[in-house]
Design a protein around this ligand. Structure first.
Ligand code: SF4
Ligand code: SF4
Length: 445
């Protein structure tokens, strides 16, 4: 195995903190008594419920219809009775309409699930429609509907697909375990993407701190035309789309542009495996691997969790909290979202549940900028985080916009490296929100 080791300019090296789960096999989690399935689990238009209170539903049955092209339907992960349709708190921090189902513990599967064992018999359009109907979205966290990613705008020529197996976010290991335990699904998913886009070149890019995953995927992809497994230097945020494209192809995505502007579509390895499952077995996206970890938890695990299971059920299955928790985060410490409550459901984009201790969760006191320039050095987008942050803190959002605040991918590398512990990414997030709100207001006039 003679791999290229690729990387990008900038980035930083937060502690990996993956040792407690990277060696643990994926375990199927307990079937919950109830699930709360949000009608918004993706970027785009919310779904509309197509069931009513009192309906009996079966595993894999569609319960929410996508409204619009940029949207993805949702399906039930258990069989049982719909007991409520009402707004509930979700990991994004707000309430959204949810379908609540009581489990009959029968695991009766929906009869309309159709497997397609031979992709050679499928056209691009067939594949797109299977992916759309299966409710598949980006599983690396962004949750962008996958059929939309696979439909580049007219005039854009895509010649390369990259599967993202970097998993650079500290603590998280679902992709690592997936690549070790189901490498053939990852490779099959890439073949499906390549067929859907009619491209001849596919990369599977994996950070070189996961040699076992690299070997497993390399062996599964051996001899398949056009697929290349590449190693990536272990560096944060190696898994960000623009950085992956730069590392694998040397191409640059222009400011404000999309990967398709560089002729590339990027998907997560988990998304590829979900697509393989949808095509081979006809199974929609109703379950995902979640790393449940952190010093604030008794027994960290990689669990395969049904969508809609509450964080509380998942945490209980891992032995519960280890003392008083300081913070519960959906995702990892760099890009995850802190939660007010554990009464929120696992959704399609939940890659991890991280529990920090009280000590770990304490926010550091920040001090004046010492003009060291480290935030500028690490920014993978080549921004000036210190300047944008200062504009944001002074409410000078127009200047923040001129300094390209909207290009920030919110990776948090600048905040991590800052010796003065300045709230860089938090203030830049505020600037982005204000800039976008102003744009929307102008457009609606
Ligand atoms: S400015 Fe944005 S993209 Fe640059 S390091 Fe900070 S969070 Fe990451
Ligand atoms: S890293 Fe922190 S202290 Fe250094 S220039 Fe940036 S904001 Fe200032």
């Amino acid at each position: 195995m003679n791999l290229k080791i690729l990387t990008f300019k900038g980035g930083t090296h937060p502690p990996h903190s993956k040792t407690s789960t990277e060696g643990l096999s994926i375990v199927k989690s307990r079937s919950p008594e109830t699930v709360v399935i949000p009608m918004v689990q993706h970027i785009g238009a919310p779904c509309e419920p197509i069931v009513q209170v009192g309906d009996m539903v079966t595993v894999g049955q569609k319960i929410g219809e996508a409204k619009g092209f940029v949207s993805a339907p949702v399906h039930t992960s258990i069989s049982g009775e719909v007991i409520a349709i009402e707004p509930r708190l979700t990991t994004g921090g707000g309430t959204v309409p949810c379908v609540i189902i009581k489990n009959d513990m029968q695991d009766t599967f929906y009869e309309g699930l159709i497997p397609y064992p031979d992709i050679n018999k499928l056209t691009s359009q067939d594949i797109l429609s299977i992916i759309k109907e299966s409710g598949i979205v980006g599983m690396g966290g962004a949750a962008f509907p996958t059929h939309v990613k696979l439909s580049p705008p007219p005039g854009k020529v895509v010649d390369t697909v990259i599967l993202n197996g970097a998993e650079c976010e500290p603590y998280l290991t679902p992709d690592h375990r997936l690549m070790i335990e189901r490498p053939e699904d990852v490779v099959y998913g890439l073949m499906i993407f390549m067929k859907a886009l009619n491209v001849k070149k596919g990369f599977i890019a994996i950070e070189n701190n996961k040699p076992d995953a690299i070997k497993s995927v390399y062996d599964a992809a051996r001899g398949i035309d056009g697929i290349e497994v590449v190693g990536l230097k272990t560096k944060y945020p190696q898994g960000a789309e623009k950085q992956l494209i730069d590392a694998c192809t040397g191409r640059e995505v222009p400011s404000g542009g999309l990967p398709a502007d560089a002729g590339v579509v990027v998907n997560n390895v988990g998304t590829a495996a979900a697509v393989a499952n949808a095509v081979k077995k006809g199974m929609p996206l109703i379950e995902r691997i979640v790393t449940v970890t952190g010093n604030g938890l008794k027994n960290p695990q990689n669990l395969s969790v049904r969508i809609g299971t509450s964080f509380k059920d998942v945490i209980d299955e891992c032995g519960g909290f280890n003392g008083i928790p300081g913070k519960v985060i959906a995702g990892g410490p760099m890009m995850g979202i802190a939660q007010y409550s554990v009464d929120v459901p696992v959704i399609k984009g939940t890659s991890g549940i991280l529990i920090l201790t009280e000590e770990e969760a304490k926010l550091p006191e920040y001090s004046n900028c010492i003009r060291c320039g480290k935030c500028v050095e690490v920014c993978p987008i080549k921004l000036m985080p210190v300047n944008i942050s200062n504009y944001a803190l002074l409410d000078k959002f127009d200047q923040a916009e001129t300094a390209n605040a909207l290009d920030c991918i919110e990776c948090g590398a600048c905040s991590f490296i800052c010796p003065a512990k300045r709230p860089l990414v938090d203030s830049i997030r505020v600037a982005k929100r204000e800039i976008l709100a102003k744009r929307r207001k102008t457009q609606s006039k």
